[in-house]
Design a protein around this ligand. Structure first.
Ligand SMILES: C[S@@+](CC[C@H](N)C(=O)[O-])C[C@H]1O[C@@H](n2cnc3c(N)ncnc32)[C@H](O)[C@@H]1O
Length: 260
């Protein structure tokens, strides 16, 4: 049986691991932007995503795991027609506050990926699932179902962009959170707790000693590539920390690009 495949009934710990909306509780979400540091994150990724989207001829974008809205804001400011979506009510509230405080009117939907059709969002040129979000789905078949849903929202030839922390390096004992990309804030230390081929626990320790934990499935890059392929995507490309050429044991994040 492949790790992450549906098998025995889940115990309560495993059920809690899969309940992402409980992991993103009010306290943790209230500190999410501190964890990101929007200015440093914007500097770290530069125009990587907008360049890829422009090159792909994309205009209408779904930011499917918007969290507190970082990419929705960056891409809206860059001129794209962005819809933001997330399944966590607390994250959506945070994103709404971020849009309002910047005077931005960005359509925002609270919806789990398993229930995206009912939101009747229409068709997009690109779907983004960024910030290492898909790893909240533990089962391979469930991820394939989510990827198929993303595909059904794309026009033929539309682009999917998904990134993940570099779980290959992490499982090889090379966890690094360089602080240069994605989660750039300096007030929290990120370490890895429980770790094996079916679980990766990130521990966020803030200056005053408060800790939060995210428990996710460590999707290996090759595995995600296979799942994207099985979901009907083609023209798969990979980047490490926004570069074509990268060290697979040193990159913090792996970004996957594919076409519907
Ligand atoms: C690690 S956060 C990333 C947030 C944001 N993209 C960023 O980079 O800051 C993962 C996000 O994915 C969302 N998420 C996880 N599983 C989801 C699901 N099944 N449906 C909808 N959203 C989900 C969570 O609520 C959370 O906001």
């Amino acid at each position: 049986m492949l790790p992450g495949s549906p098998s025995l009934p889940l115990d309560s710990r495993e059920r809690a691991d899969r309940d992402y909306s409980r992991q993103y509780n009010d306290d943790f979400v209230s500190r999410w932007d501190e964890l990101i540091d929007w200015d440093k994150r914007a500097a770290g990724e530069g125009t990587f995503f907008s360049d890829l989207l422009l090159k792909a001829g994309a205009c209408r974008i779904l930011d499917a795991s918007t969290g507190s809205g970082f990419h929705a804001v960056q891409l809206h400011k860059a001129g794209f027609d962005v819809t933001a979506c997330d399944g966590s009510r607390t994250m959506v509230e945070r994103a709404k506050a971020n849009f309002n405080s910047r005077g931005l009117r960005i359509p925002l939907v609270c919806r789990d990926w398993r229930d995206l059709e009912r939101a009747q969002l229409g068709t997009f040129d690109a779907v983004l699932c960024l910030g290492s979000s898909l790893c909240h789905v533990f089962d391979s078949q469930d991820r394939i179902d989510v990827l198929k849903r993303f595909r059904s929202l794309l026009r033929p030839g539309g682009v999917l962009l998904i990134d993940q922390r570099n779980f290959h390096a992490i499982l090889e004992g090379h966890f690094s959170s360089s602080g240069r990309y994605y989660y750039c804030g300096k007030t929290a230390r990120v370490t890895v707790g429980e770790l094996h081929e079916s679980l990766c626990e990130f521990v966020y320790t803030f200056a005053e000693g408060v800790t939060y934990r995210l428990r996710v499935f460590p999707i290996l890059p090759e595995r995600l590539r296979t799942e994207m392929f099985l979901s009907g995507f083609g023209e798969l490309k990979r980047f490490g920390d926004f570069r074509h050429v990268y060290d697979p044991l040193r990159a913090d994040f792996i970004i996957h690009q594919a076409r519907a």
